[in-house]
Ligand binder design. Structure first.
Ligand code: ZN
Ligand code: ZN
Length: 110
């Protein structure tokens, strides 16, 4: 009998070199302003701020960064405008704010 992870595939452990490469890539990404996601994940952790669901590398793509003020160009380095939300909570958040934005007439790109 061997232990199996719950998923259909077993994910092989990464070697130190691979981890290094990933870390380097993340660091490179962070120097680019559009990669606030990596920074936010690092700052706030791999956890949904709303439902508290925790994430790991295999499902991290389901964790997204929400901009609290709705402005994707406002990315203060202290992370004060970011909130890590899972896609479900994020969707929920936007189904409200989209309506609010619509009612406030902010729907158009300025
Ligand atoms: Zn959530
Ligand atoms: Zn959002």
């Amino acid at each position: 009998m061997s232990f199996r992870s719950r998923g259909p595939r077993t994910v092989p452990l990464k070697s130190a070199e691979e981890v290094d490469a990933i870390v380097r890539k993340i660091r490179d990404d962070q120097t680019r302003p559009e990669n606030y996601r990596e920074r936010s994940l690092k700052l706030h952790g791999w956890i949904c701020a709303k439902c508290g669901r925790e994430f790991e590398l295999s499902n991290l793509h389901l964790l997204t960064v929400h901009h609290k003020d709705g402005n994707h160009n406002y990315n203060p380095p202290d992370g004060s405008n970011w909130e890590n939300l899972c896609v479900y909570c994020h969707d929920d958040e936007h189904s409200r704010t989209i309506l609010a934005d619509y009612l406030a007439g902010k729907d158009k790109k300025s």
